[in-house]
Ligand binder design. Structure first.
Ligand code: ADP
Length: 352
Protein backbone atom coordinates (compact mmCIF):
# COMPACT_ATOMS: atom_id res chain seq x y z
CA UNK A 1 0.00 0.00 0.00
CA UNK A 2 1.42 3.36 -0.93
CA UNK A 3 2.20 6.11 1.49
CA UNK A 4 1.53 9.46 -0.12
CA UNK A 5 4.63 11.15 -1.32
CA UNK A 6 4.42 14.44 0.40
CA UNK A 7 6.66 17.17 1.60
CA UNK A 8 9.36 15.75 3.81
CA UNK A 9 10.58 18.64 5.81
CA UNK A 10 13.73 18.00 7.77
CA UNK A 11 12.93 20.86 10.09
CA UNK A 12 9.55 19.36 10.83
CA UNK A 13 10.78 15.84 11.16
CA UNK A 14 11.66 14.52 14.59
CA UNK A 15 13.41 11.50 13.07
CA UNK A 16 16.93 11.96 11.85
CA UNK A 17 16.34 10.60 8.38
CA UNK A 18 13.07 12.45 7.95
CA UNK A 19 11.17 9.18 7.54
CA UNK A 20 7.99 10.66 8.83
CA UNK A 21 6.00 12.63 6.32
CA UNK A 22 4.09 15.68 7.35
CA UNK A 23 1.00 16.55 5.41
CA UNK A 24 -0.90 19.72 6.01
CA UNK A 25 -4.58 19.07 5.87
CA UNK A 26 -5.21 22.56 4.61
CA UNK A 27 -6.15 22.11 0.93
CA UNK A 28 -3.82 24.64 -0.69
CA UNK A 29 -0.85 23.30 1.21
CA UNK A 30 -1.79 19.77 0.21
CA UNK A 31 -2.05 20.72 -3.41
CA UNK A 32 1.44 22.16 -3.29
CA UNK A 33 3.04 19.25 -1.52
CA UNK A 34 1.43 16.13 -2.93
CA UNK A 35 2.69 14.53 -6.13
CA UNK A 36 0.61 14.17 -9.30
CA UNK A 37 -0.40 10.63 -8.35
CA UNK A 38 -1.82 11.99 -5.13
CA UNK A 39 -3.64 14.77 -6.88
CA UNK A 40 -6.31 12.12 -7.60
CA UNK A 41 -6.95 11.59 -3.90
CA UNK A 42 -10.25 12.98 -2.67
CA UNK A 43 -9.64 15.36 0.21
CA UNK A 44 -13.02 15.59 1.94
CA UNK A 45 -15.97 13.32 2.78
CA UNK A 46 -17.96 14.76 -0.10
CA UNK A 47 -15.37 13.78 -2.72
CA UNK A 48 -14.71 10.35 -1.18
CA UNK A 49 -16.85 8.10 -3.35
CA UNK A 50 -18.64 4.97 -2.04
CA UNK A 51 -17.97 3.28 1.35
CA UNK A 52 -21.25 4.78 2.54
CA UNK A 53 -21.35 3.02 5.89
CA UNK A 54 -17.74 3.88 6.70
CA UNK A 55 -18.33 7.54 5.88
CA UNK A 56 -21.53 7.62 7.91
CA UNK A 57 -19.82 6.25 11.02
CA UNK A 58 -16.77 8.47 10.70
CA UNK A 59 -18.78 11.61 9.91
CA UNK A 60 -20.74 11.20 13.15
CA UNK A 61 -17.57 10.69 15.17
CA UNK A 62 -15.82 13.66 13.53
CA UNK A 63 -18.80 15.94 14.11
CA UNK A 64 -19.06 14.81 17.74
CA UNK A 65 -15.31 15.28 18.33
CA UNK A 66 -15.41 18.74 16.77
CA UNK A 67 -18.47 19.66 18.85
CA UNK A 68 -16.70 18.67 22.06
CA UNK A 69 -13.41 20.23 20.97
CA UNK A 70 -11.70 16.88 21.52
CA UNK A 71 -9.41 14.69 19.45
CA UNK A 72 -11.16 12.02 17.42
CA UNK A 73 -10.94 8.57 18.99
CA UNK A 74 -8.29 6.23 17.54
CA UNK A 75 -9.36 4.64 14.26
CA UNK A 76 -8.36 1.30 12.74
CA UNK A 77 -9.02 0.96 9.00
CA UNK A 78 -8.60 -2.47 7.48
CA UNK A 79 -9.11 -4.09 4.10
CA UNK A 80 -7.25 -4.97 0.91
CA UNK A 81 -4.74 -2.49 -0.54
CA UNK A 82 -5.87 0.40 -2.71
CA UNK A 83 -9.38 0.75 -1.26
CA UNK A 84 -8.75 4.17 0.29
CA UNK A 85 -7.39 3.76 3.83
CA UNK A 86 -4.61 6.36 3.47
CA UNK A 87 -7.01 8.61 1.62
CA UNK A 88 -9.55 8.34 4.42
CA UNK A 89 -6.88 9.23 7.02
CA UNK A 90 -6.13 12.41 5.04
CA UNK A 91 -9.84 13.14 4.71
CA UNK A 92 -10.24 12.78 8.48
CA UNK A 93 -7.39 15.24 9.11
CA UNK A 94 -8.89 17.70 6.68
CA UNK A 95 -12.37 17.40 8.18
CA UNK A 96 -10.94 17.78 11.69
CA UNK A 97 -8.88 20.79 10.56
CA UNK A 98 -5.61 19.31 11.82
CA UNK A 99 -2.32 18.16 10.36
CA UNK A 100 -1.74 14.53 9.47
CA UNK A 101 1.61 12.91 10.12
CA UNK A 102 2.11 9.88 7.93
CA UNK A 103 4.38 6.98 8.61
CA UNK A 104 4.58 3.26 8.06
CA UNK A 105 5.11 0.66 10.79
CA UNK A 106 8.27 -0.89 9.27
CA UNK A 107 9.89 2.59 9.43
CA UNK A 108 9.48 2.61 13.22
CA UNK A 109 12.12 0.00 13.88
CA UNK A 110 13.87 1.82 16.74
CA UNK A 111 11.99 2.97 19.88
CA UNK A 112 13.21 6.53 19.31
CA UNK A 113 11.35 6.67 15.98
CA UNK A 114 7.93 6.31 17.60
CA UNK A 115 9.00 8.39 20.62
CA UNK A 116 10.08 11.24 18.32
CA UNK A 117 6.79 11.09 16.47
CA UNK A 118 4.63 11.07 19.58
CA UNK A 119 6.59 13.81 21.37
CA UNK A 120 6.24 16.14 18.40
CA UNK A 121 2.48 15.80 18.07
CA UNK A 122 0.47 18.97 18.53
CA UNK A 123 -2.95 18.84 20.26
CA UNK A 124 -5.58 16.90 18.27
CA UNK A 125 -3.18 16.06 15.43
CA UNK A 126 -3.62 12.85 13.50
CA UNK A 127 -0.91 10.23 13.30
CA UNK A 128 -1.37 7.74 10.46
CA UNK A 129 0.51 4.45 10.74
CA UNK A 130 0.30 2.31 7.63
CA UNK A 131 0.77 -1.49 7.79
CA UNK A 132 0.26 -1.27 11.54
CA UNK A 133 0.32 -5.07 11.85
CA UNK A 134 4.07 -4.83 11.17
CA UNK A 135 4.77 -2.61 14.18
CA UNK A 136 7.83 -3.80 16.13
CA UNK A 137 7.00 -5.07 19.64
CA UNK A 138 8.81 -2.20 21.44
CA UNK A 139 6.97 0.41 19.41
CA UNK A 140 3.68 -1.35 20.08
CA UNK A 141 4.31 -1.39 23.83
CA UNK A 142 5.14 2.31 23.80
CA UNK A 143 1.87 2.93 22.00
CA UNK A 144 -0.38 1.22 24.58
CA UNK A 145 -0.16 3.92 27.31
CA UNK A 146 0.11 6.63 24.64
CA UNK A 147 -3.21 5.58 23.10
CA UNK A 148 -5.01 4.86 26.35
CA UNK A 149 -3.73 7.45 28.83
CA UNK A 150 -1.84 9.88 26.59
CA UNK A 151 1.32 8.95 28.40
CA UNK A 152 4.75 7.94 27.16
CA UNK A 153 6.79 5.71 29.46
CA UNK A 154 10.46 6.20 28.75
CA UNK A 155 13.30 4.19 30.23
CA UNK A 156 16.13 6.50 31.20
CA UNK A 157 19.56 5.67 32.64
CA UNK A 158 21.26 2.31 32.83
CA UNK A 159 21.95 -0.32 35.49
CA UNK A 160 21.34 0.92 39.04
CA UNK A 161 20.22 4.34 37.89
CA UNK A 162 17.66 3.01 35.40
CA UNK A 163 14.17 4.33 35.94
CA UNK A 164 10.98 5.02 34.02
CA UNK A 165 10.03 8.58 33.26
CA UNK A 166 6.48 9.35 32.16
CA UNK A 167 5.79 12.16 29.74
CA UNK A 168 2.29 13.52 29.14
CA UNK A 169 1.20 13.69 25.53
CA UNK A 170 -1.37 16.02 23.98
CA UNK A 171 -4.69 14.48 22.89
CA UNK A 172 -4.15 12.95 19.44
CA UNK A 173 -5.76 10.53 17.01
CA UNK A 174 -3.97 7.44 15.84
CA UNK A 175 -5.25 6.11 12.53
CA UNK A 176 -3.87 2.64 11.87
CA UNK A 177 -4.24 0.95 8.49
CA UNK A 178 -3.77 -2.73 7.78
CA UNK A 179 -4.48 -5.30 5.13
CA UNK A 180 -4.34 -8.00 7.82
CA UNK A 181 -6.49 -7.09 10.81
CA UNK A 182 -6.11 -10.65 12.13
CA UNK A 183 -2.35 -10.15 12.45
CA UNK A 184 -2.81 -7.33 14.98
CA UNK A 185 -2.28 -8.26 18.61
CA UNK A 186 -5.53 -8.06 20.55
CA UNK A 187 -4.23 -5.48 23.10
CA UNK A 188 -3.45 -3.15 20.20
CA UNK A 189 -6.73 -3.86 18.41
CA UNK A 190 -8.70 -3.20 21.60
CA UNK A 191 -7.23 0.28 21.97
CA UNK A 192 -8.91 1.55 18.81
CA UNK A 193 -12.25 3.20 19.61
CA UNK A 194 -13.36 2.79 15.98
CA UNK A 195 -12.55 -0.21 13.86
CA UNK A 196 -13.79 -0.08 10.30
CA UNK A 197 -13.52 -2.44 7.38
CA UNK A 198 -13.24 -1.06 3.84
CA UNK A 199 -15.27 -3.00 1.31
CA UNK A 200 -14.60 -3.61 -2.36
CA UNK A 201 -16.35 -0.91 -4.41
CA UNK A 202 -19.59 -1.31 -6.33
CA UNK A 203 -19.54 -0.86 -10.10
CA UNK A 204 -21.49 2.39 -9.94
CA UNK A 205 -19.01 3.90 -7.47
CA UNK A 206 -16.02 2.73 -9.51
CA UNK A 207 -17.51 4.34 -12.57
CA UNK A 208 -17.84 7.61 -10.64
CA UNK A 209 -14.21 7.27 -9.47
CA UNK A 210 -13.01 6.80 -13.07
CA UNK A 211 -15.09 9.78 -14.22
CA UNK A 212 -13.68 11.95 -11.44
CA UNK A 213 -10.08 10.89 -12.16
CA UNK A 214 -10.56 11.42 -15.92
CA UNK A 215 -11.83 14.89 -15.22
CA UNK A 216 -8.82 15.68 -12.99
CA UNK A 217 -6.46 14.31 -15.66
CA UNK A 218 -8.31 16.37 -18.29
CA UNK A 219 -9.31 13.31 -20.30
CA UNK A 220 -12.52 12.80 -22.17
CA UNK A 221 -14.04 9.30 -21.95
CA UNK A 222 -17.34 7.92 -23.16
CA UNK A 223 -19.65 6.40 -20.51
CA UNK A 224 -18.91 2.95 -21.91
CA UNK A 225 -15.17 3.55 -21.63
CA UNK A 226 -15.55 4.52 -17.94
CA UNK A 227 -17.73 1.47 -17.37
CA UNK A 228 -15.18 -0.84 -19.00
CA UNK A 229 -12.38 0.43 -16.72
CA UNK A 230 -14.71 0.14 -13.72
CA UNK A 231 -15.47 -3.49 -14.64
CA UNK A 232 -11.83 -4.43 -14.96
CA UNK A 233 -10.21 -2.73 -11.97
CA UNK A 234 -10.61 -5.52 -9.35
CA UNK A 235 -13.22 -3.32 -7.58
CA UNK A 236 -10.30 -1.17 -6.37
CA UNK A 237 -9.92 2.61 -6.90
CA UNK A 238 -6.12 2.53 -7.03
CA UNK A 239 -6.27 0.03 -9.88
CA UNK A 240 -9.01 2.04 -11.61
CA UNK A 241 -6.70 5.08 -11.60
CA UNK A 242 -3.77 2.98 -12.77
CA UNK A 243 -5.72 1.46 -15.67
CA UNK A 244 -7.00 4.88 -16.66
CA UNK A 245 -3.41 6.09 -16.92
CA UNK A 246 -2.43 3.10 -19.07
CA UNK A 247 -5.38 3.84 -21.34
CA UNK A 248 -4.22 7.46 -21.49
CA UNK A 249 -0.76 6.26 -22.61
CA UNK A 250 -2.25 4.36 -25.54
CA UNK A 251 -4.44 7.32 -26.46
CA UNK A 252 -1.41 9.64 -26.35
CA UNK A 253 0.65 7.36 -28.58
CA UNK A 254 -2.21 7.05 -31.08
CA UNK A 255 -2.65 10.83 -31.12
CA UNK A 256 -5.62 12.72 -32.51
CA UNK A 257 -8.10 11.03 -30.13
CA UNK A 258 -10.40 13.58 -28.62
CA UNK A 259 -12.62 11.08 -26.89
CA UNK A 260 -11.50 7.72 -25.49
CA UNK A 261 -14.00 4.98 -26.24
CA UNK A 262 -14.58 1.43 -24.90
CA UNK A 263 -12.72 -0.12 -27.82
CA UNK A 264 -9.55 1.78 -26.99
CA UNK A 265 -9.92 0.81 -23.31
CA UNK A 266 -10.26 -2.81 -24.36
CA UNK A 267 -7.14 -2.67 -26.53
CA UNK A 268 -5.08 -0.94 -23.84
CA UNK A 269 -6.13 -3.40 -21.15
CA UNK A 270 -5.54 -6.43 -23.39
CA UNK A 271 -2.03 -5.07 -23.88
CA UNK A 272 -1.57 -5.08 -20.11
CA UNK A 273 -3.07 -8.57 -19.84
CA UNK A 274 -6.03 -7.43 -17.75
CA UNK A 275 -8.92 -9.65 -18.74
CA UNK A 276 -12.64 -8.83 -18.90
CA UNK A 277 -13.21 -9.74 -15.28
CA UNK A 278 -10.21 -7.68 -14.18
CA UNK A 279 -7.93 -10.64 -13.47
CA UNK A 280 -4.29 -9.93 -14.09
CA UNK A 281 -1.40 -12.29 -14.83
CA UNK A 282 -0.77 -13.19 -11.16
CA UNK A 283 -4.46 -14.03 -10.53
CA UNK A 284 -4.51 -16.33 -13.52
CA UNK A 285 -1.20 -17.92 -12.55
CA UNK A 286 -2.67 -18.87 -9.17
CA UNK A 287 -5.85 -20.31 -10.64
CA UNK A 288 -3.96 -22.13 -13.40
CA UNK A 289 -1.58 -23.66 -10.88
CA UNK A 290 -4.51 -24.97 -8.83
CA UNK A 291 -6.31 -26.27 -11.91
CA UNK A 292 -3.49 -27.71 -13.95
CA UNK A 293 -1.29 -29.11 -11.19
CA UNK A 294 -3.84 -30.00 -8.51
CA UNK A 295 -7.07 -30.48 -10.45
CA UNK A 296 -8.56 -27.38 -8.80
CA UNK A 297 -7.53 -28.06 -5.18
CA UNK A 298 -7.75 -28.10 -2.22
CA UNK A 299 -4.16 -26.89 -1.84
CA UNK A 300 -2.60 -25.24 1.22
CA UNK A 301 -1.57 -21.59 1.02
CA UNK A 302 2.10 -22.29 1.76
CA UNK A 303 2.29 -24.83 -1.06
CA UNK A 304 0.80 -22.33 -3.50
CA UNK A 305 3.17 -19.59 -2.29
CA UNK A 306 6.23 -21.85 -2.63
CA UNK A 307 5.23 -23.05 -6.10
CA UNK A 308 4.52 -19.56 -7.41
CA UNK A 309 7.51 -17.98 -5.66
CA UNK A 310 5.21 -15.51 -3.92
CA UNK A 311 4.97 -14.43 -0.32
CA UNK A 312 2.03 -16.21 1.35
CA UNK A 313 0.96 -13.04 3.23
CA UNK A 314 0.78 -11.16 -0.10
CA UNK A 315 -1.27 -13.93 -1.69
CA UNK A 316 -3.60 -13.99 1.30
CA UNK A 317 -4.15 -10.25 1.60
CA UNK A 318 -3.75 -9.01 -1.98
CA UNK A 319 -4.49 -11.74 -4.56
CA UNK A 320 -7.04 -13.99 -2.85
CA UNK A 321 -9.59 -11.46 -1.53
CA UNK A 322 -10.50 -10.36 -5.05
CA UNK A 323 -10.61 -13.92 -6.43
CA UNK A 324 -12.99 -14.84 -3.61
CA UNK A 325 -15.05 -11.73 -4.17
CA UNK A 326 -15.64 -12.61 -7.84
CA UNK A 327 -16.41 -16.16 -6.75
CA UNK A 328 -13.46 -17.88 -8.46
CA UNK A 329 -11.75 -19.19 -5.33
CA UNK A 330 -12.86 -20.68 -2.02
CA UNK A 331 -10.90 -20.96 1.20
CA UNK A 332 -11.74 -24.26 2.88
CA UNK A 333 -10.25 -25.86 6.00
CA UNK A 334 -8.32 -28.23 3.70
CA UNK A 335 -6.96 -25.51 1.44
CA UNK A 336 -7.77 -23.32 -1.54
CA UNK A 337 -10.23 -24.58 -4.16
CA UNK A 338 -11.10 -23.17 -7.59
CA UNK A 339 -14.87 -22.78 -7.96
CA UNK A 340 -16.97 -23.80 -10.92
CA UNK A 341 -17.14 -20.15 -12.02
CA UNK A 342 -13.34 -19.96 -11.83
CA UNK A 343 -12.99 -23.07 -13.98
CA UNK A 344 -15.40 -21.69 -16.56
CA UNK A 345 -13.62 -18.35 -16.65
CA UNK A 346 -10.20 -19.91 -17.19
CA UNK A 347 -11.60 -22.44 -19.64
CA UNK A 348 -12.99 -19.62 -21.70
CA UNK A 349 -9.65 -17.89 -21.60
CA UNK A 350 -7.88 -21.04 -22.74
CA UNK A 351 -10.15 -21.36 -25.74
CA UNK A 352 -9.51 -17.75 -26.77
P1 ADP B 1 -4.94 2.22 0.65
O1 ADP B 1 -4.30 3.15 1.66
O2 ADP B 1 -6.15 1.52 1.16
O3 ADP B 1 -3.95 1.26 0.03
P2 ADP B 1 -5.20 4.64 -0.86
O4 ADP B 1 -5.91 5.49 0.14
O5 ADP B 1 -3.74 4.89 -1.04
O6 ADP B 1 -5.46 3.11 -0.56
O7 ADP B 1 -6.00 4.83 -2.25
C1 ADP B 1 -5.39 4.59 -3.51
C2 ADP B 1 -5.88 5.59 -4.53
O8 ADP B 1 -7.24 5.29 -4.84
C3 ADP B 1 -5.86 7.04 -4.04
O9 ADP B 1 -4.73 7.73 -4.55
C4 ADP B 1 -7.12 7.65 -4.56
O10 ADP B 1 -6.85 8.40 -5.72
C5 ADP B 1 -8.01 6.50 -4.94
N1 ADP B 1 -9.16 6.36 -4.04
C6 ADP B 1 -9.22 5.57 -2.94
N2 ADP B 1 -10.43 5.64 -2.37
C7 ADP B 1 -11.15 6.48 -3.12
C8 ADP B 1 -12.51 6.94 -3.04
N3 ADP B 1 -13.35 6.52 -2.08
N4 ADP B 1 -12.94 7.82 -3.99
C9 ADP B 1 -12.10 8.22 -4.98
N5 ADP B 1 -10.82 7.81 -5.11
C10 ADP B 1 -10.35 6.94 -4.20
Amino acid sequence: MAIVSSKISKADSPTPKGRERLVHAEPIEQERTLSREDSLRPSCFEDYIGQTELKQVLKISVTAALGRGEALDHVLLYGPPGLGKTTMALVLAKELGVKARLTSAPALERPRDIVGLLMNLQPRELLFVDEIHRLPKVAEELLYPAMEDRRLDLNVGKGNTARTRSVDLPPFTLVGATTRAGALSSPLRDRFGLSQRLEFYRLKDLQAIVERAACLLKLSLTNDACLEIARRCRSTPRIANRLLKRVRDVATVRGGMNVIDAQLVDEALELHRVDRKGLDASDRRLLEFLLKVHGGGPVGLDTIAAALGEDSATLESVVEPFLMQVGFLNRTPRGRVVTEAGRIHLGRLDKK
